[in-house]
Every structure is written in C-alpha cells, then in structure tokens.
Design a binder for this molecule. Structure first.
Ligand SMILES: *Cc1c(COP(=O)(O)O)cnc(C)c1O
Length: 245
C-alpha cells in the first residue's frame, strides 16, 4: 500500500473519540436506551499504521479495516497497540487468510462459501473467529450483503461451521438524507436479529450469540441507534476527511 494517509498535524484522536462518544450517549438517551453501551468502532481504513494505532492508544480499541492488503501491512502495528480488529469490507476468499491472521471478527460474511473458507482456516490456525452476516437492507444493487429474506438461513448455516460464532448482523445503510428511508432499512436489520433470537429461544435455530447490530456511520449514527444499533462504525468523525492530493 503506498497511498495510506496520515492525519493533520493537529489531529487529536482522544478528543475526536470523546466527541463521538458524547453523540452516542445523547442518541442513546433520546432513543430511550440510556446506558445501552453502544460500541464505537473506528474505521481506520485508508489511514496509515501510526494513525490507526494512535486511535487505539487513545482508547478506541475497536477498529475496522476494509482491504486485506492494507490489513496485512498494518495488522502487526494494530495488534501491538492492543486493537480488536473487525473486517468491514468485502472479503474475497483468496484473502481470507489475512483476516484469520489478524481479525477478531469478520462482519462481512455474505455467502456460505466464504464462511466455509474462514472455518477451514480457523481449524488450521486452531482459533475461533466471530462473524456477522452482512445484509443488504437497502436493496441497492451496488451494496454487498445477502437479501433480508436469506439472512437467517445463511446465519444458521454459518453457525453450524466449526470455529465460527455468529455474533450478529451488519449492514451498510442507504446513503440518503431521507431519515424515514434510512431508518426503515435499519429497522429491517433489527427485525432479522430479533427473529434470530426468538427462533433460538424456541430451539428452532442456534443463534443465541447473534445479538449485535452493526449499523450506522459518522453521518447517521443517531438514526441507527434509534433503531437499535449495538455498534456504530465511525470513520471520518474520528479520523477526519482525507486530503485529496
Ligand atoms: C468507512 C466505513 C465506515 C465509516 O464511514 P464514515 O462515513 O467515514 O463514518 C463505516 N462502515 C463501513 C463498512 C466503512 O467501510
């Protein structure tokens, strides 16, 4: 990777993180979810290893990376800083080994074939891996993820694979200023998660661990929290915007 960015000289990750956490707390309270403990993941993709490790040292231990080439380059530095790394970009099967080497969780499982590959790699590495099922709630062609109607079947099949634990569902929301449309998608993801837990309770599925809802970004985390997000993924609000050369 040659094009990783470094932040502005006056970048202060601790105060950026504090601002985002304050937004999260206000959103939790407004949603009647005070004290819900919504987790903040910082999307450190495209930023260099020093910047990513700086976020971790400032208290943002949960980080998201999208491209495996980049993770291969930054993984050791992130690990040394004590990061918990989540994969949030589309993962090709031939790059799955990099995810298994560094990640605690792959949030972007959208096919059984990918899950089978991750499972096999986990067995070889004698480790367990958390995964989430990525769902395309917006119906946009360009968005990755399974259709909502297929999410539970995929989650159940993935949970049957050794080495993997399905910890929840993830989506990339509609990129729109239309609050109703965006929230409708997030609500759909919550309904899928609720169905998973209800069916598990009844013994019809085994997805008891799948309570996470990873949804919401810098621009719409309040809407996601209002719809039940347990983890928001924040990039620009912490990292800043990349200067375009
Ligand atoms: C980059 C990224 C984010 C963060 O986006 P911002 O708008 O910068 O907060 C969230 N989710 C995914 C999957 C991303 O790739």
């Amino acid at each position: 990777m040659t094009d990783l960015a470094s932040p502005a000289a006056d970048w202060d990750p601790a105060s950026r993180l504090a601002e985002v956490r304050a937004r999260v707390h206000v959103a939790e309270a407004q949603a009647g979810r005070a004290g819900a403990g919504v987790q903040v993941m910082v999307a450190t993709k495209t930023w260099d290893a020093d910047a990513a490790a700086g976020v971790v040292r400032a208290g943002g231990a949960l980080v998201g990376e999208s491209r495996m080439q980049e993770l291969a380059a930054k993984g050791e530095a992130l690990r040394a800083a004590g990061a918990r790394i989540h994969v949030i970009g589309q993962l090709q099967r031939n790059k799955a080994a990099i995810a298994v080497e560094f990640a605690h969780c792959v949030q972007t499982v959208d096919s059984l074939r990918l899950a089978e590959r991750l499972s096999r790699l986990c067995l070889e590495a004698e480790r367990d891996l958390d995964v989430m099922v990525q769902v395309n709630v917006s119906g946009e062609e360009s968005k990755a993820g399974v259709d909502p109607g297929e999410a539970l079947a995929l989650a159940s099949a993935v949970q049957d694979l050794p080495g993997l634990t399905v910890t929840g569902f993830m989506t990339i929301g509609l990129n729109s200023p239309d609050e109703y449309a965006v929230r409708t998608g997030y609500r759909r993801l919550r309904e899928i998660r609720d169905d998973a837990l209800i069916l598990s309770e009844r013994g019809d599925l085994d997805l008891r661990e799948a309570w996470h809802l990873s949804m919401g970004m810098s621009s719409d985390l309040e809407w996601a929290i209002a719809e039940g997000a347990t983890m928001v993924r924040v990039g620009s609000a912490v990292m800043g915007t990349r200067a375009t050369p």
